[in-house]
Design a protein around this ligand. Structure first.
Ligand SMILES: [Zn+2]
Length: 307
């Protein structure tokens, strides 16, 4: 047996030969019908804001009734997020009639329950239309269509302002490093805060975060950690030597190059930095990787074919 959509398209629905999908509207709801040849079934698919409806239970009740009352409905359910799907097994001659009943039923029940279409990407209840995104039939809003196909950049990145934001962010994060250093801690969390504040700062002033932005933030953070360690050292000198040798914090800074000639201190600072870097990488690796992947996903251009 062959599950062919073109023969069963409910009235008012359109069959897209190339994508092998039928789509149409019932009671203002955009529905898709897809073939499932292996199971000899069709899948009616609908993206909707079920969770924000006060009549959600009524719709779920309707779906389970659908599955119980009609032998050709193999499955009817809601994925808990945004998709309602109904699997209809093929009965050949009766397919068109069965599917017409399912799409009409779903459409009017959604209207009755105050449920609306939502975009399968951003999940907002906006006007949607059928489209094939990266080969997968879907229902998306105009904004997501533009974004996915890379027609709009959305907000434009400002590299210079981004870097300024990152400097401010990493400086703020460095304060924590210095404070913890004074208490005698080398904490990975401080390294994480430096990177994180840098990225947030970049995003805030630069308007948009890119891979370049993240790399710049990481480089800045590495430099800032050295700066923070030196500041911490200067504060220690200032506190220990008092007014005689280091009357100001700046005077304390100027002692650092000379003191670093002493191998013992240089070694201690190197150890602090080494451990600090390791902990910083350990603390921020997965979070930075996450942000990186999100940015990469946004920068990727998808193929979107509108029905
Ligand atoms: Zn959208």
């Amino acid at each position: 047996m062959n599950v062919q959509i073109e023969k069963i398209v409910p009235d008012g629905f359109v069959f897209e030969k190339e994508q092998n999908v039928a789509h149409g509207t019932r009671n203002g709801m955009e529905l898709l019908i897809l073939p499932m040849p292996a199971e000899e079934q069709f899948r009616v698919q609908l993206y909707a804001d079920v969770n924000s409806s006060s009549e959600k239970e009524k719709l779920l009740g309707y779906l389970s009734e659908l599955q119980q009352n009609y032998p050709y409905v193999q499955f009817a359910g809601f994925n808990g997020v945004d998709m309602i799907s109904v699997h209809v097994s093929s009965e050949e001659q009766a397919d068109k009639e069965n599917l017409t009943l399912v799409v009409s039923g779903l459409g009017s029940k959604c209207e009755e329950c105050g449920i609306h279409n939502c975009c399968s990407y951003c999940r907002r209840t906006l006007p949607v239309h059928g489209a094939v995104v990266d080969g997968v039939p879907s229902v998306i809003c105009g904004e997501c269509e533009q974004q996915l196909s890379g027609h709009t950049e959305g907000k434009k990145e400002n590299l210079l302002l981004g870097v300024i934001g990152a400097v401010i962010g990493t400086l703020l994060g460095s304060v924590l490093w210095v404070v913890l250093g004074q208490v005698g801690f080398i904490a990975g969390i401080a390294g994480y805060v430096i990177v994180f504040c840098g990225i947030k700062g970049y995003e805030f002033l630069g308007k948009k975060l890119s891979k370049t932005g993240i790399v710049l933030c990481i480089i800045l953070s590495i430099l800032m950690i050295v700066g923070a360690e030196m500041t911490s050292l200067a504060i220690t000198i200032y506190k220990e030597w008092g007014s005689m040798f280091a009357p100001t914090i700046w005077a304390a800074f100027s002692w650092i190059p000379e003191l670093m000639q002493e191998s013992e201190l240089a070694l201690a600072v190197a150890k602090d930095l080494g451990v600090g870097y390791l902990l910083a990488v350990w603390a921020s690796y997965s979070s930075v990787k996450n942000i990186w992947n999100q940015v990469a996903e946004k920068q990727k251009v998808h193929t979107v074919e509108r029905f």
